[in-house]
Design a binder for this molecule. Sequence first.
Ligand code: FAD
Length: 517
Amino acid sequence: QNNILFIRSFMILLLSCMTIRINLCFSSNYSSLKTLSVDGNFTFDDVHHAAKDFGNRFQFLPFAVLHPRSVSDIATTIKHIWQMGPHSKLTVAARGHGHSLQGQAQVHGGLVINMESLQEPKMHVHAGNYPYIDVSGGELWINILHESLKYGLAPKSWTDYLHLTVGGTLSNAGISGQAFRHGPQISNVYQLEVVTGKGEVLNCSEHQNSDLFYSVLGGLGQFGIITRARISLEPAPDMVKWIRILYSDFSTFSRDQEVLISAENSFDYVEGFVIINRTGLLNNWRSSFNPQDPIQASQFESDGRTLFCLELAKYFNTDKMDATNEEVMILLSQLRYIPSTLFLSEVPYIEFLDRVHVSEVKLRSKGLWEVPHPWLNLLVPKSKIHNFAEEVFGNIFTNTSNGPVLIYPVKKSKWDNRTSAVIPEEDIFYLVAFLSSAVPSSTGTDGLEHILYQNRRILEFCGAARLGFKQYLPHYTTQEDWQAHFGPQWEVFVQRKSAYDPLAILAPGQRIFQKAI
Ligand code: FAD
């Protein structure tokens, strides 16, 4: 009994010491940040928002949030934390729009920098032979679109959803249906301004501090905070011909996708999605697609078949309507889709690009936006995509009612191998995105556990079949898994970390490195 008493007292003492240490740590972090002079402000109470993300599965409460108004706010803060040295546990997560899936923009007990409050630089369009726009790292792509359209210009490469920040997507890659032609968003940046993990503010580009430039692009926030980006622009069209055609056979579908992304004169956007055991075929939450012949579309029956929908867009100006119609007909005539399934729509360019937001508004109104999102994004090499489709769409993923499954090819030649982004080895690879929404507290096939189980089965199959795939928006919890993800790029990634963020202060939510203590 004495022993039990002794152990109990010892445990209480230990817990008290830990609590005191945490409190001391908190109060020293608190007082040291409080003394910093910034143009913006720190909040210490109202921090719950920063412990959430779109994935809605992970919640890590920070101890403070910085709302910077200037780049120097960010630099001063990081430099201060850097100077506290390895004994301070304080780490920092830049938060863009918080649309990560597994807490990547969160930090337990650390500091979140709310990038959207960064007010500088003001967006500035530079027209001319090589037009570009300078924007803050916390700017939303939708705002960049609106601003550049005032000059008849627009960025070339997009994500499907535009309410994401520049810093957030450039830290991953930024992939959509334009990537086959222009590469991902990280291939369309001329210059960055970055605050490193030592608090230095550096400009970088292909010609200046180029190692930092390529480290940060696709760098999962590990090497610095992007405070400014110079993004390449092109003339914007007025309108878009938005087309969907259906296939019952995966080989024909993927062959047509590959033909289109390899042709000189092609569509401006090529994506695709899978339809398994679904009714209401065109009732897809990611789009506001309204075909010109809705009756024909709604009457199309899949009869329980698995279908593959090729989604295409051709940009045009209204004065070139006839020529565009002719071009589209020629392009379509090369394809082997089910003839009765050509669904056409014509929409303004901005409406096409902002299409997912329309669905967001609808889902929000029904309380279906802020549910758990156990998404899984994979990059699968072309030579293995048939094997993948047969097993995954045939045996593992047996209905797509929980959300869309996108599948479309991109070309490796449009990616710069100096960036930190990790992609498969082959010339063409497919983005396959399982964009599931889980019904909260359901234990059925629409519940979180079931969807996570399916995701695990897909990953296990891909590993066992040695598909040479990579995760996009990767999520791993051990350094061994990260090392395997990076493969031969791991050594360079580690070197870059020790050059630009040697104390591992930045982006701890990615769980790649731990702050050296
Ligand atoms: P956050 O979630 O805030 O941050 C992401 C990571 O970047 C974190 O590690 C964070 O610390 C770091 N970070 C944020 N800002 C900075 C900065 N300024 N400097 C350095 N690091 C920073 N992706 C695609 O490629 N294509 C798509 O079509 C696509 N569609 C999507 C649709 C929806 C509805 C959603 C929710 C996501 C989609 N994504 C897509 C994924 C999206 O690109 C990433 O999740 C992206 O990180 C989100 O941007 P964010 O601003 O919310 O970043």
